[in-house]
Design a protein around this ligand. Structure first.
Ligand code: FES
Length: 173
């Protein structure tokens, strides 16, 4: 009889241990599933959004620019100089074609001078000193129906490819 009781108690211990073990496994699996769904919901609520800088912008009206002027009005915000000569208006990129620094406009010397390695560019954007291998790039520029200047940075024009004669690369004035 005592043997039976002993046996019976051992069986209960096994059941309790087994129950606890499977409870831990079950709750762990449940917690993993909940965590997985939680991370999916978080990804849904906070998706990856790429905030692209504005590529197309209005730059005022042609008569706001004087002949011979290099406007730095849009340099910081859009990386563009608006230049007017006696025939046209064009939009120059402010990215040095050597290693990408931002040149400074030097009005007294009528040139752009890169502070990084000394490249110099005429107001046309043509490189003439320092290591820059090619001219600054120009962006698409046009007049809207209302006569406002619209610069479109999604389209570039490179002098060395003969693209500065493209009518989209300047506004005749
Ligand atoms: S980055 Fe302009 S000269 Fe090197």
């Amino acid at each position: 009889m005592a043997e039976e009781q002993k046996f019976s108690t051992a069986g209960n211990d096994m059941d309790r241990r087994s129950f606890i073990k499977w409870s831990v496994v079950g709750w762990s699996a449940f917690a993993a599933v909940v965590a997985g769904y939680g991370s999916m919901v978080t990804r849904f609520l906070f998706p990856n959004v790429l905030f692209e800088p504005v590529q197309i912008f209005g730059a005022g009206y042609p008569d706001e620019y004087e002949v011979g002027q290099v406007s730095e009005q849009f340099k910081d915000q859009y990386g563009v100089w608006i230049v007017r000569d006696d025939e046209k208006i064009y939009a120059l990129s402010t990215v040095c074609t050597h290693l990408g620094c931002t040149p400074n406009w030097m009005p007294s010397e009528t040139k752009f001078k890169c502070p990084c390695h000394g490249s110099g560019f005429y107001t046309t954007g043509i490189n003439f000193e320092g290591p820059a291998p090619r001219p600054l790039e120009r962006f698409k520029i046009a007049l809207s129906d209302e006569g406002e200047i619209i610069v479109d940075k999604t389209k570039k024009f490179q002098q060395e490819k003969g693209e500065w004669t493209d009518p989209d690369s300047f506004i005749a004035v």
